[in-house]
Design a protein around this ligand. Sequence first.
Ligand SMILES: *Cc1c(COP(=O)(O)O)cnc(C)c1O
Length: 362
Amino acid sequence: MSHLKLHIPGPVEISNKTYKAFCTPMIGHRGQPFKDLYARIQPQLQALFQTERLVYLSTSSAWGVMEGAIRNLVNKKVLNCMCGAFSDKWFDVAKRCGKQAEALKVDWGSPVLPEMIDQKLSQGGFDALTLVHNETSTGILNPLNDIASLKSKYPDVMFIVDTVSSFSVVDIPFDQLGIDVLLTGSQKALAMPPGLGLFVVSQAALDRSITLADRGYYFDFQEFQKNAAKNMTPSTPSIAHVFALESKVHDIFEEGMQQRFERHARLSQMTRDWAHQHGFSLFPEPGYESQALTCINNGAKPGGRVIDVQKMQSYVKDQGILMDGGYGRIKGTTFRLSSMGDETVESMERLYKVLDTSLERL
Ligand SMILES: *Cc1c(COP(=O)(O)O)cnc(C)c1O
């Protein structure tokens, strides 16, 4: 079967090394070999999350943990910061969990700013807040550091942050930020197969979760803590993912975290430059562009070149690459190029070359 190289913003291309680790022969999840495996990677995961707390592994996609965070932490009312498809959906999820939820909406392509959150929280009544750090649908990177600094003003509000497409792309020091939940998934910035959620929870969040009687079982933070303390997971995990994760964290530290951040900054800058050189404008507001993927404006906003994205996708596909054609209500009026995971200057240049020839043919 011919494989299309993935340049969509998730799932992203997976290295042969990661696949090989994923295919390690199976072991039991209550036996010593699994505990040893989890114990071996725990310090590295803590270094990645920049935390002294235990890193939990959830066999689910990120949404499982996102819904879990709502069920474990929201007693009164949650403020959902909405700036794109993923962050908007969180509002819906909160309501479907039977929670009181209020929306803080900005236009797609704009960031959520700390003063907007401050203004909402100052009205009172909230005990949780959800934020998508890097809104993958619009290519916006929200100013997490400045938003997290509000935590000291609202200590009883649980700050829940989705970093699915920014984790290991930009620096996110969990303990230092003082936030309550930091979650990510396997198939985007970490370049692993889909199906694993990774997350960290503050002591305050753990304490809060005890007070919620209807937090359920599968995503019960108490169960994750109790089990992680013994190098286990509450239920049978996707053990293949844990093997792949061991290989991946090894790769990350071999490259160096700082070097990884710099690589992603460089690759996303290269993609923005490519877009500008070809007459396109960018969808995200200047200064808040994602470092993981580039969302190119194609008529969603005034200004810049407009092309037939579907045609481009099909030319690019003929050249062995799968590219995105926009997500949600900006499908077709934007398109996104991913530089997440293991991409390099060389692999991105190959992509630009294919895009160049396809533009000539359009
Ligand atoms: C992809 C994505 C999700 C959803 O992840 P699933 O693995 O499909 O649950 C959530 N948030 C962000 C920012 C994403 O990019």
